[in-house]
Structures are given as structure tokens and as C-alpha cells.
Design a binder for this molecule. Sequence first.
Ligand code: GLA
Ligand code: ZN
Length: 682
Amino acid sequence: MKYWNVLLHGGDYNPGQWLDHPEILKEDIRLMKLAGCNAMSVGIFDWERLEPEEGKYDFDWLAQIIENLYENGIYTVLATPSGARPAWMAEKYPEVLRVNPDGRRILFAERHNHCWTSPVYREKVRQMNSALAQRFGKHPAVVLWHLSNEYGGECHCELCQAAFREWLKKKYGTLENLNHTYWSSFWSHSYSSWDQITSSIEGIGETAHHNLILDWKRFTTDQAVDFMQAEKDALRTFSPDVPVTTNMMGFYDGLNYGKFREVCDVISWDNYPNWHNGQESLPAYIAMAHDWMRALKPGEPFLMMESSPSATNWQPVARLRRPGMHELSSLQAVAHGSDSVQYFQWRKGRGGAEKFHGAVVDHDGSADHRVFRDVARVGERLHALTDTVRTVFPARVAVIHDVENRWALGEMKGLHNTQYQKGFMEDLLAMYRPFFDQGVNVDVVDEEADFTPYKLVVAPMLYLLRAGIAEKLSRFVENGGVLVGTYWTGVVDENDLCFLGGTPGQGLDAVFGLEQTEIDALYPHDKNSLRLLPDSGLHGLAREYQTGDLCQLVRVTTARTLAEYGAEFYAGTPALTVNSFGNGRAYYIACRTGQDFLNDFLGVLIRDLGLRNLDTELPAGVTVSLRCDASTGREFFFVQNFSDSAVEIALPGSFTNVETGKACGETLSLPAYGVAVLNPVK
Ligand code: GLA
Ligand code: ZN
């Protein structure tokens, strides 16, 4: 498969807006070179120009654009246009238009809203993709296929409903099996014919079978993957060597991205941090999103396919980036394994939905613009960091984020019904945070992961156990790994059926050495505490931490209690335990704590397991990520300062600054929002 030997820099280029302005197209090339750009994504929403009338393709204008870019040293990331279709198609074939969750078919409008199943749409896409591949698939300029744009959403049309029923038949074989799994005789909800089954149309459809809703989400994911696979197949005859990607959306959970790892040759995603929104944990959240996207394909780099070079028009408040923030935000992606910094979009349009979205070139068309200068500076820095291309991101810690588990937590009734996903994403971030603060590489993985490369696995609220996960975690601990689990673990199986005879299910009770009995959901004004026992052995922790929200009651079997509840009728019962299991150990945090406890507790594990990338104390807001050349072992430490003041970091050893080639000395000084990349001197 083709790859490239530079860090890609560029973005969505939509020259279709300017075909009647040749002077602008010419100026674009001059400015791209000035900004150090070497890759443009072209053709993303161009179907109406590529096929103005049914069956009449016009690719000449696109060929001209690709040639011009290539002659000037700029690669093309070539998109397929299925993210939006022309009016003639919607008018002639209404089935290509999606039926929304409210059961109504959309009009010709907006984008990202085609039916996943429609044979007509699939055929139109097949013809288009294969024609594009025939014309451009072997062109040396084309380094990557960008399939569609931000696949997402669901279609509830009759075609999709019929496909869903087929999918269910394949999965369950008989209605009896399906009814059993849905526990459908409760409320007299059993199906006596497959045709009675529908998706959950808002307001009128079934919401009581949680596993039906999960199945619908699983089906929608499978249809989307199948749609992407069909797009890819249509390219392959004429373009066998060019890798394909699709731009994902981080923690978007409308689709289970874990299922896309095979169909994507390269993972890419669109990153729109709301910088300067006052949320102190935002840098960690973005780092975590990079770690989730990258880890979809273990051991490989990914691409940041879109980001705003300035403000983002769809966010609640379109704040400008403070000086330095654009470089830091861009290099944060590279620090986490991205082989690109790409923007949306190259030049602001005059009209339309995104005329005020940040772009490299503003309406003034000038290079003498703060945003343009920032972008050009990123171009220079990426060039100086060329040696990082294709290096890996070695992680010894995994944090589990599983989309099916998130769906199941979102659907279940109980605990805190008013809280989004019952707080799972907040827990995930809170548990990721200490690793970010101390500069530890982390993979954010789902339940399909192979845990053997890790020393530590952290699994917040592992409520739904997909097939094989419990066994993998047991083996991981048995073989010497350290596992951290929490309240509300191992409650339901992969079909959302509760385990009988005690939880955590599937043998995780033995791994943790305890049984969960009840769980108390607290009001915001209710508080409890977690009190460390004198012999906990957890050095450096406070005696007591505040807890609340969720308090699991447990009965220990083989586990040792490290901390107890301080209040309520369950005062004095275990709030934190550890269990030796095989050669490893499993900690169990029974209640939702504040960040303070997680920082201190996970800090002990970070220290004891020697997990920090750089063995030094980091000032607040500073983190370190590590990329490594798998063949030479050369290491790249990305030291990133997300605070708004200058910092000094004591360096443990001798380092060279990769970009300047100069020796670093004992202390590294970084300005506010500064970032430096260091090689150790061996
Ligand atoms: C998404 C889309 C782009 C553009 C940007 C704006 O990521 O893929 O086409 O709309 O948002 O932020
Ligand atoms: Zn449909």
C-alpha cells in the first residue's frame, strides 16, 4: 500500500466554489506553498459538478486542479462525493433520502443523510467511485482516498427496516431466541412474526427492549461499514495501491467505530477542540480522543483530517486561539501519533453555511494575517519533524472505552436517569486525567482489544461484557497485569441480559475477589467518604476522600479491603479493595470519587509501575507524549504546555531539540502554549 514520507499539511480544498475565478485558483497555489502545505483533500462535496446530469460525468475540471497541485508539490487526498448528493438524484429517486428517527423522510436538504441500504444510492456511488478510480486511481498525486465525509446517523426507511429484519434473522436464527434475548414476554411484547419488528421510531416505537435498541445501533454500524466497504470495492479495480480512510468524529457514538478498523487502511478523524472555553480538562479530553482514534488500529499512526485553523462556527462561542495555541493544538495531534495536520477549510467561502468558519485564507485573501502566519509556522515545524513520520506511540496503559457498553449504559433505566450515559464519559476522562498530567502514553481501547502489550488496564464502569472480554481480563491479571475496575462492572452480558447468581459476571468476581450486592445512587447534595485503612500500603494518599453519586456495596471474598465507606448504613464496608489473582492484581473502586482520589491513587500505580514517559515532575498543564521509531528505537518526546504561563521543566538526562538540532541543557523552558520535541542523547 502506498504511504508518504512527509507529515501531511493542508486541508479540505473546495475549489468548486471558485471555478469562475481563475485568479483565485492561481493565488491558492501560491499561498499553499507559502504556508508549507503539501496535501489537499479534494472533491468532498462535489457530486453536482462531477455528475451534473445523470450518467454525464465531468471530471476535467478536477483533473486540472489535481495537476496544478501536483506540479506544485502538493498531493491530493481524493474524496468520494457520497456525503451529499445532487438535487436531480433526490428528485428522481426519493429512496436515496433518509427517513429520520421520527419516521419522516427528509426533503432534498443538508448533507450526511443518505439511506444506508438504498440499492439505487449504492449503485450511483459504485458508478461514481469506479469512474473516479478509473480516471485518477493511479495518478501519482493521489496518495489517499477519503471515503465520503463523516459517516453517521441512521435511516429508518422500509428498505432499512427490511434489512434490519434480515440482520436479526441471521443473528438469532429463530424468533424464540430473539424473544428470549429481548425478555419480551414481560409486558406481552413477544413477536410472532419477523415482520412485526421495527426500529424504535420516536414517540411511537418500542423502547422497552433495550437489546432491540442496541441491535438497531449494531445493525446501523454494520450497514455503514458495509456501505464503506462497497465504496472501497468500487475503487479497488482501478486503484489497488492507494489506501482508504474515512474521517471519523472522535467520541461520536452514533456508530461503533471499533467495527471500522478492518475497512479503513488508515484511521483519520476531525478534531475541533473548543479551546479557551474555561474547561480545565479540555487538553486531556482531546488527548484522550486522539488516543481512542489512533488505538483503533494498534501500532499504526493516524491522520488528523480536519481541524480549524482559527474559530469554529458551529460551537456555542467562536473564540479565537491565543498566540501559540494553534501550533500547540496541531502538534498535540502529531504527539499522539498523527502523521498529518489538516484543516477545514483552505479558503473561506463567500456564502453558504460555513462562510464564517475559520479557514487558512480569510475573505481578505491575505497572507499578512495572524491565522495564515500561524499555519505557515506549523508548516515549517512539520517539515522539521519529518523524521517522526510513521513512528509509533508505545503505550503500556490501556483505558477501556467500549461503544456498546456506552450504548447499554445510555439505554438502561436506573441509577441516575438524568445524567448523560450515567456519567461514563466523565468517569473515563477522570481516570485518563492522571496519565495525561503525569505524561504517560495511553491507548484508549474497546473490549475487542488485545491486552497483552499492557502493564495496566483501567476499566471504568464495564457494565456490559461483550463475548471474550472477561476471559481476556482474567488472563491479563493472571499473567501479571494490574487491573483497575469500578462500581457497576459486569452487570449484563453482550445481549444486555443481567447475570444471574452474582456479579461481576463471567468470573470477574474471582478476579476482583468480591461480589457486588447493591448500588446506592446519591443525590448531588448527598455525600459519603472513602477512608483509607492504616495498613492500605498506598503511600502518599490522604486519609479520607469525598465520594458521592454512586456507591456500590460489596461483599469481599478473597480481596483485601484498602478503604471503607465513612458514612451511611454501609459505613465500615469496603470502598476500595485489591485482590491478588495469579501473578497480577485487581483493584476495585466501589464508589465515584473526585479527581483528587483518582490522581493520588492512580499516581501510586504510575509510580510503582514506572509508567511516566519522562522521569521528572511536570508543572500543572504540562504533559509529555512519546513517539518511537519502531526500527531504530529513536524516541521523540513531545513536551506540551497547555497552561497560559511560561514553565520550566527539569530534564532527566541529555536531550537534543529535534527542530533546532541544539542540545537542551538541564532545564527546558517553554512559553505559554509552547511545545518542544526532544530526542534523548544516547
Ligand atoms: C465537519 C465537516 C466539514 C466541516 C467542518 C466544520 O468536520 O466534515 O465539512 O463542516 O465540520 O467544522
Ligand atoms: Zn434507509
